[in-house]
Each structure stands twice: as C-alpha cells, then as structure tokens.
Design a binder for this molecule. Structure first.
Ligand code: ZN
Ligand code: ZN
Length: 374
C-alpha cells in the first residue's frame, strides 16, 4: 500500500469487472494502474451504464482490444464514470490531487490527420495502443481498461472538472450531455428560435432536448414509443411530445411547421424507419444528425436529400470538447440530467445494473453504479 502526504491511500490492487465470453462479466482483482506521461489516476466514485456497454458486453464492437474482439482479454468495460484524482503523472500540473472530475471517452493519438484537426473521436489510430503498434490512442472502456472498477488512468485531455453542487451520480451523466452538445454543435450550434425534432427518447435524445432548450431552440418536438420517456422529455423542455404508435409523426411535424417541415432532426432511436422519416420531416435546406444507428442497413429517399439540399451528419462520441461545454451548462443550472437517473446499484452488483439497463426494468433509463455513495 502506497501512501503520499495528500491523504489518499492507493492500494496495489483493486476490484474490477472484466469481460469473459460474450455476456459474461467476472468480478476479479487487477493491479491499480500507474499514471504515465500526461495521465492521472482517478479513483472511480460512480459510473453510469450506457447502451454502448450493452453492445460491447454482448457483441464486442465498438470495443477493440489488441486489434480484435474484447472477449477473454482481461479487459474492463464501462466508460461513463466520474471520480477523484488521487495520483498525478510525473509531468501533470493541469489538475491537482483531490479534484472531482468527469471523463470524456476518447483520447486521440494526437498524431493522425483527424486528431490534428481536433476530431479526436474520429482518430484514425483507434485501438492502436498495443505492442509495437502503440500510437498512444486511448478510449477507456472501448480500447483500454474502463470504469467498472475502483481506479482508472486517464489522459488529462479527457478530464472535465465537476461543477460544485453536482453529486456523483449526476456527474456521470455529463458525458451523455456532451454527446448531445456535440450533435447540436454539428447541426449548426446557434439553434435559438430554430425548430428541432428529436426522434428517440433514450438518454442521448433526452439530453438533446434539454440542451436544445437551454440554447433556445423552439419549438422542440420529441417522438418516442414509451409514454414515461415522453413525460420526462416534457419536463426537460420538449414543447410537443408525440408517440408514433398514436400519431403520424411526419405529418404532425409538417403541420406544426406550417408546411415545410422542421429545421433540424436529431435521430437518437436507431429505428429502421428513422432515417427515412427524418428525411420526410426536415425542411428544404435543413439538417439531420444521426446519433444512433440501426442494426441493419436501411433505405431512404436519397434523391430528396439532393433535390432539397438536405445535410446529413453522423456523430461519433462526444467531440470538439463538448463534454466541457456540457459541464458548463450543468454548472449554470441550465440542464438537469439527474431526471434521467432512475436506479443505483453498488459495484458488486454490476451485472444487475446491466440487466436493468438492458431490459428497461422498472422504467430504467440511466442506471448508475455508485461506488462511493451506494
Ligand atoms: Zn456511453
Ligand atoms: Zn488520432
């Protein structure tokens, strides 16, 4: 057990969940990692379960470990965590021991064309961090050890200070809000007075509603097939909440707009018909951003995209420092991600937390594993 004068005792080993076969998580011990150049050691205080964790645990991608699938490689999944800095790498002066931080997922390699342009979530060296192919890229919970554990090392570029008054569980949702900020940024950013339709009221869709409200978008329309999510969407700022099982959303959006369709669509459902519907509800010259993906190839009217000058974007992760901007909105009280938080479990119940998230048990939206406060 190492002890420094700061008062944080850091053990040599930690409890951690590692991925075995698909769907299999094993509770085990791993050495506590040591922070290197431009890194800190974070004591993980809480972590949220994300839909992407469910994908990683069941199928593998987007996790990529040693150039392949993440199974049986002693890999710790989980990426939406927050915690307290307890050790600094040798050259780190950007942060201090004891600071509470939330994390971005992607630390790009810093040397590829995309990283050099600031698009570090689209790093061309994703997963290249092993053996003699080590380019320095890290994405904790995807390509390097993640947060279903007691400690993790993080690059300083992935750290965002948690605003005062924000508790651990809410702080885990800063990265979710960051993904929403990135999507709205890609759509045009200055959205005050512009109409926005969000399709799909999962965590990213609901945060897109909340962030868009904070930035002045109007009207904001949410569509989702679950009435409890529509209700939360209303509380987060949706002016109109539509259930596609009850109404034709495309027709309603066109009516609401007075005919031409809405200015922006943020697609967060991954439903097979979602892209086609988005193309039909966005107005000439409008913009569509895909923040979720269908599990199969989909068809849509591509001719309309050309004839109507529609812009179509995909976003990967939470780029352009969007997480820092999400933390600013939270610190100013402009967004309320805690409305998404429905359940909390302790670290030794991660499989239960994951089951609640996967099966949406008891209306689960964001399930948090509280490591310090549970
Ligand atoms: Zn996530
Ligand atoms: Zn890169």
């Amino acid at each position: 057990m190492a002890e420094q004068t700061d008062g944080f005792r850091v053990p040599d080993s930690m409890r951690a969940w590692v991925l075995g076969d698909p769907h299999e998580l094993v509770f085990t011990e791993k050495p506590v990692p040591a922070p290197g150049h431009a890194e800190v050691l974070v004591r993980i205080d809480a972590i949220a379960v994300c839909a992407t964790d469910l994908e990683v645990i069941a199928h593998g991608p987007p996790a990529l470990i040693e150039g392949g699938l993440p199974f049986n490689k002693n890999f710790i999944p989980g990426h939406e965590y927050m915690g307290t800095i307890v050790r600094l790498g040798p050259d780190v002066d950007e942060f201090a021991i004891g600071e509470r931080v939330a994390v971005e997922i992607h630390a790009g390699c810093g040397r590829c064309k995309r990283c050099r342009a600031g698009m570090y979530t689209a790093c061309h060296n994703y997963g290249m961090n092993y053996g003699d192919r080590d380019k320095g890229h890290r994405a904790n919970g995807y390509t390097t050890d993640g947060g279903f554990a007691e400690y993790a090392v993080n690059n300083v570029n992935t750290l965002v200070r948690v605003p005062d008054g924000v508790d651990d569980a809410e702080a885990t949702l800063i990265v979710t809000a960051g993904t929403a900020v990135y999507g709205l940024d890609v759509l045009g950013g200055l959205i005050a007075g512009e109409s926005l339709v969000v399709t799909g009221g999962g965590p990213i869709g609901l945060m897109a509603i909340n962030v868009a409200k904070a930035l002045g978008a109007a009207p904001i329309v949410l569509s989702d097939i679950e009435d409890n999510r529509l209700e939360i969407g209303r509380r987060l700022g949706a002016d109109i909440a539509l259930n596609p099982r009850a109404v034709n959303v495309v027709e309603r959006v066109r009516e609401i707009s007075g005919g031409p369709g809405c200015d922006y669509v943020m697609e967060c459902s991954g439903a097979p018909s979602a892209l086609s519907d988005a193309m039909s509800m966005v107005s000439r010259g409008g913009r569509v951003c895909l923040a979720a993906f269908a599990s199969q190839p989909v068809t849509f009217d591509a001719a309309r995209l050309v004839m109507e000058n529609i812009y179509l974007f995909g976003i990967r992760g939470e780029g352009r420092s969007a997480v820092r901007r999400a933390a600013a909105l939270l610190g100013q009280g402009r967004i309320a991600p805690s409305l998404l938080h429905t359940h909390t479990f302790p670290l030794d119940e991660v499989p239960t937390a994951i089951r609640y998230a996967r099966e949406k048990i008891d209306g689960a939206i964001k399930v948090v594993v509280g490591i310090r406060e549970a």
